[in-house]
Write a protein that binds this ligand. Structure first.
Ligand code: NDP
Length: 237
């Protein structure tokens, strides 16, 4: 018997990396999992076939599409908002449209998805957003828009925890440090710089983040809400 037997889980941004590990974890633990993708159709369809889950195309930059996806998923026991993008480079040179797109994906979509999910969510539901330790600490230049977006999620969790707490619905942010994915490969050019900030000098694994998400979604975490949960090898310490 799985820990999430009979539970309905939606993961926004589940085709690759941390999101795919979260999909795998919930599906392996018995949940009925639907996940969204945007650019990676092949990876999404392969993962869905492997795990017996459902992949649906939804661009997190499209607010109304995100709201419709959440609404049409019916009552969710768990919503995980993982989809996120980063921009690197001189703030003075960045395209404002690209910056606003980042805010739509990293900030607007989590907010609107969380609120929409809460409309139908049963008592004791779980809303988990993937933030970043960069919400607490940004030790390099060129990533202010990303840091801003991840700090904003802290306010989302604190505020919505109060809005939905009466119904036993918890709202939490998981804040990874460097995790080995396409976006931040363990053998990439940033490796030595990033490890220099850390006590445990390696990239984390997507499965380690999925483990924290599963704990927050489980019965032991019913009193944990409005909080940030950092998993970063002490990057931010
Ligand atoms: P990847 O780039 O490896 O994967 C990103 C995932 O998000 C993919 O499944 C992608 O789907 C999906 N996604 C991106 N944009 C959209 C969109 N517009 N609509 C729908 N889905 C989208 O990233 P990671 O796995 O590394 O990161 C996942 C989350 O973790 C992000 O929020 C990131 O900010 C956060 N994080 C990552 C860290 C790291 O070191 N890796 C550290 C701290 C936080 P598709 O390809 O189908 O578009």
């Amino acid at each position: 018997m799985g820990a999430f037997d009979g539970k309905s889980v939606l993961v926004l941004g589940g085709s690759r990396g941390i999101g795919a590990a979260i999909v795998r974890r919930f599906a392996a633990d018995g949940a009925t999992v639907t996940f969204t993708y945007s650019g990676s159709r092949d990876a999404a369809e392969a993962l869905a076939a492997e795990m017996g889950s459902s992949a649906v195309e939804t661009d997190s930059a499209d607010r109304d599409a995100v709201i419709a996806r959440v609404r049409d998923s019916g009552p969710l026991d768990v919503l995980v908002v993982n989809a996120g993008v980063a921009l690197f480079g001189d703030a003075l040179e960045q395209d404002p449209d690209a910056v606003d797109r980042l805010f739509r994906i990293n900030v607007h979509a989590p907010y609107h998805a969380a609120v929409e999910a809460a409309r139908q969510m049963p008592e004791g539901g779980r809303i988990i957003v993937i933030g970043s330790v960069n919400g607490d600490r940004m030790p390099v230049p060129g990533m202010a828009s990303y840091a801003l977006s991840k700090s904003a999620l802290q306010g989302l969790a604190r505020g919505l925890a109060r809005d939905f707490g009466q119904r036993g619905i918890t709202v939490n942010v998981v804040q990874p440090g460097p995790i080995d994915t396409d976006a931040n490969p363990a053998n990439g050019p940033m490796k030595d710089l990033l490890h220099g900030f850390m006590a445990i000098k390696r990239h984390g694994r997507p499965e380690e983040v999925a483990g924290m998400v599963a704990w927050l979604a489980g019965p032991e975490a019913g009193f944990v809400t409005g909080a940030m949960h950092t998993i970063d090898g002490a990057f931010g310490a």
